[in-house]
Design a protein around this ligand. Structure first.
Ligand SMILES: Nc1ncnc2c1ncn2[C@@H]1O[C@H](COP(=O)(O)OP(=O)(O)OP(=O)(O)O)[C@@H](O)[C@H]1O
Length: 306
């Protein structure tokens, strides 16, 4: 559905996208993650035909965005990170206005708008003025707006930003429903854990370059070379620490009241050998476990925080 090849965007001398390559297949919910200023909005604006790339190619549904913007716009629903809503409209009039600007006939709009309001849980707000809605409601209205022409692909730039936890959960539920409706969704965030549970795949961008792409679990596994082993030892902790520090694959050993944390770069068989050795040397091991890679750690490990 989306094919990006060697996409570069320069703002003056500043390179915001640097030969970016990215593919998203039809039906995928794709999380686009990266720290502030990484280039997420720039990429999404180019896909939404609102910004021209400096060089490279971006295609949506096989259409090159710069050559066939009209075809691309029919295929996509775009929700920008900052959006204005026309405050003097009532909710239903607002959607009607956008429906009309997409050329949707009035009788169709009369059918579609109540369905969209239902989808985004705003049916009871249909006659409220837009400026009286909460931030979360406005975000959901904006999502409804991006769906008015029943696009195949949704490009959502940080749709959950600034929302409280309940509003975020509501947004997540709506996205799940859109996925079951068969939409392809590209959604950005600078918070990996926020996206992880609702996406099929993630791509991590930093300094305008895609640094990682795959299933969340695959990306976690890429980091398995940096595991942390939690070991609880009954007595002679100091002796165990000294011994561990001399072991192959052990980068660092720390201790707290819970036990030892061993930073380990070996594989499963090396872990097994380490444990066997500790036991053979008479250490009284109470428990031995591998810490789950935290998604926040994954994100920090992939991005360098430049
Ligand atoms: N119009 C512009 N002129 C100059 N520089 C720009 C412009 N728009 C964006 N940039 C710069 O390009 C880089 C990428 O910006 P972009 O908004 O795409 O990042 P982002 O990943 O969406 O960040 P955020 O998470 O903060 O929204 C940033 O360094 C930004 O300052």
């Amino acid at each position: 559905m989306i094919e990006i090849n060697n996409l570069t965007k320069k703002y003056g001398n500043f390179t915001a996208l640097n030969n970016l390559n990215l593919n998203i297949s039809t039906g995928t919910v794709f999380g686009f993650v990266g720290p502030n200023g990484a280039g997420k909005s720039t990429t999404m604006s180019i896909l939404a035909t609102l910004l021209s790339p400096t060089t490279g190619s971006a295609k949506v549904g096989g259409y090159e965005v710069t050559k066939h913007p009209k075809e691309v716009r029919k295929l996509i629903g775009y929700m920008p990170d900052f959006f204005g809503v026309y405050d003097h409209f009532k909710t239903v009039e607002y959607l009607d206005f956008y429906g009309a600007s997409y050329g949707i006939p009035r009788n169709e709009r009369l059918q579609v708008i109540p369905q969209l309001l239902e989808l985004v849980n705003l049916s009871d707000k249909k006659d409220f003025y837009v400026d009286s809605l909460s931030r979360g409601m406005k975000q959901r209205l904006c999502l409804a707006r991006s769906l008015i022409h029943d696009p195949e692909l949704l490009i959502l730039d940080e749709p959950a930003s600034g929302l409280d936890p309940r509003a975020r959960i509501e947004m997540r539920e709506i996205l799940k429903e859109l996925k079951t409706m068969g939409k392809t969704i590209m959604i950005s965030s600078h918070i990996l854990p926020e996206l992880a549970e609702m996406v099929d795949e993630i791509g991590v961008i930093e300094n305008g370059v895609l640094v990682s792409q795959g299933k969340v679990s695959d990306i976690q596994n890429q980091l398995s070379s940096n595991r942390i082993l939690n070991i609880r030892i009954l007595e002679n902790k100091e002796r165990a620490m000294e011994q561990l520090r001399d072991e192959k694959f052990v980068a660092k050993v720390e201790a707290d009241e819970k036990g030892l944390q061993v930073h380990f770069s070996g594989e499963d068989k090396d872990q097994f050998e380490l444990l066997s050795k500790l036991m053979a040397d008479g250490h009284k091991i109470v428990s031995y476990s591998e810490a789950e890679a935290d998604l926040e750690d994954v994100f920090l490990a992939i991005t360098k925080g430049a």
